[in-house]
Design a protein around this ligand. Structure first.
Ligand SMILES: Cc1cc2nc3c(=O)[nH]c(=O)nc-3n(C[C@H](O)[C@H](O)[C@H](O)COP(=O)(O)OP(=O)(O)OC[C@H]3O[C@@H](n4cnc5c(N)ncnc54)[C@H](O)[C@@H]3O)c2cc1C
Length: 406
């Protein structure tokens, strides 16, 4: 049977569930579809303070099944250098902390929360194609049915349904290229207490890459390694890095490791994230790199901005304006510019040595760096962020010149 709805959202991950929850809360008719049945596995467990006001707007408490996170530690076990950044030391008003979550539980709770707010949530429904015109939007489902709607939101994550359909894929080069990770269960009491002290993510600096150490609820630890080199990531590559880390050996002594998983080639941009009666949010719009844990924050911030623009447009019948979501595109472009420059500096410059590990950094630059790490990106008074934006623009100019020459 075909249906007519006001808004159809494809994908019920953090982006789709946030947009669905906020639009339903504003009184709109929302159909929220996901091809999977939740709970389902997902990577991306370390959240940022930027998400906390959005949980509040949704009336959602992430703390239920989460570890409070005060900040981030960067550790180079080869040299013994360490740096700790606490979100409370960011530029004022300093954000509260964040949380570390088991994504299968968190995503399920967030999607069910959108249902509580009024979204019609359906699992196991795959969207196959989207068509939009001045008259309306149409979603073809995998089972042959069609949904008609006034507006379609693509929140299909790395499947990026519309990006593929519109041939709008642009690869982002120069960051990490592949990751392998696993979970350790039944951590010892001492390790659990040590990890819960700050709840921080630890970023391990390695030859040709880095690793993450994320404490999770129920005596669990997420450990992953990211490579900047192609073709090397495999289970043995994980085992070598795990064996070489005294920190990991100590934290996981006596713990049980589950299966390893891998992903690669995740850095990309959708060059047509908005248009006539559609908007792409979260990973369906872009994903840069897992370092600095920005994925869920960007997914939720984009979703909230989309809901802010779309709700009044639906009430006033303006949702057919192809430029309706231009402010969303601009807002997210700033996020990608700031984090793009930070991630580039992390992989290709001495940023970590010169700022992260520097004993006596300029206090304003340090506070500015922490604000960026917290995802507080839309302020004008952050000297560190302004520096990043300038370096990003220089990089882009150099790239344009190189492209012209070749
Ligand atoms: C190695 C790695 C580590 C990461 N670590 C972090 C981290 O620590 N912190 C962080 O914030 N982020 C992290 N991320 C990024 C994070 O995983 C994503 O940015 C985040 O999940 C994006 O949310 P989303 O809602 O856009 O997409 P998703 O969470 O992927 O949700 C998309 C949903 O769409 C559904 N879907 C797909 N296709 C269809 C279809 N055709 N029809 C219907 N439904 C569909 C899927 O089933 C899925 O449930 C990491 C990423 C990687 C690769």
């Amino acid at each position: 049977m075909n249906e007519e709805r006001e808004v159809v959202i494809l994908g019920a991950g953090p982006a789709g569930a946030t947009a669905g929850g906020l639009l339903a809360k504003a009184g709109h008719d929302v159909l929220l579809l996901d091809r999977d049945t939740f709970p389902r596995e997902h990577i991306g467990e370390s959240l940022l303070p930027a998400e906390m006001p959005l949980f509040e707007a949704l009336g959602f408490a992430p703390e239920g099944e989460a570890i409070p996170k005060a900040g981030a530690d960067f550790v180079d076990e080869r040299t013994g250098q360490t740096a700790r950044f606490l979100f409370r030391d960011a530029l004022p008003p300093a954000p509260a902390g964040a949380v570390q979550v088991e994504r299968s539980v968190f995503d399920h709770r967030l999607a069910e929360h959108a249902r509580k707010l009024g979204a019609d949530l359906r699992y196991g429904v795959r969207a196959r194609a989207v068509h939009t015109s001045a008259e309306g939007a149409r979603v073809e489902l995998g089972d042959g049915r069609t949904i008609h709607a006034r507006f379609v939101v693509d929140a299909t994550g790395r499947d990026r349904l519309m990006c593929g359909q519109l041939r709008a894929f642009e690869r982002v080069e120069g960051f990490g290229v592949a990751a392998v990770w696993g979970h350790f269960d039944d951590l010892g009491n001492e390790a659990v207490a040590e990890l819960a002290d700050t709840g921080n993510i630890t970023v391990l600096l390695l030859e040709q890459g880095w690793g993450w150490v994320i404490p999770l609820p129920n005596a669990r630890l997420s450990v992953g390694f990211v490579s900047t080199e192609r073709g090397v990531v495999c289970d043995a590559w994980f085992d070598e890095r795990y064996a070489a880390s005294p920190l990991l050996q100590r934290l996981t002594a006596g713990a049980r490791r589950g299966p390893l998983r891998r992903v690669g080639d995740y850095s990309f941009k959708n060059t047509r994230p908005i248009g006539l009666r559609y908007g792409c949010i979260g990973d369906a719009s872009a994903f840069l790199d897992p370092v600095f844990s920005s994925g869920v924050a960007f997914a939720m911030v984009g979703a909230a901005e989309l809901a802010r623009l779309l709700a009044p447009a639906l009430r006033e019948g303006r949702e057919d304006d192809p430029q309706l979501l231009a402010p969303l595109e601009q807002k997210m472009q700033r996020a990608y510019d700031v984090f793009g420059a930070l991630i580039h500096s992390f992989y290709h410059t001495a940023l970590v040595q010169n700022l992260f590990f520097y004993d006596d950094p300029d206090p304003e630059l340090r506070a500015g760096l922490i604000s960026v790490l917290a995802g507080d990106l839309w302020r004008e008074d952050n000297a560190f962020q302004n520096m990043l934006l300038r370096s990003g623009r220089r990089l882009e100019r150099r790239q344009t010149l190189r492209n012209r020459r070749s």
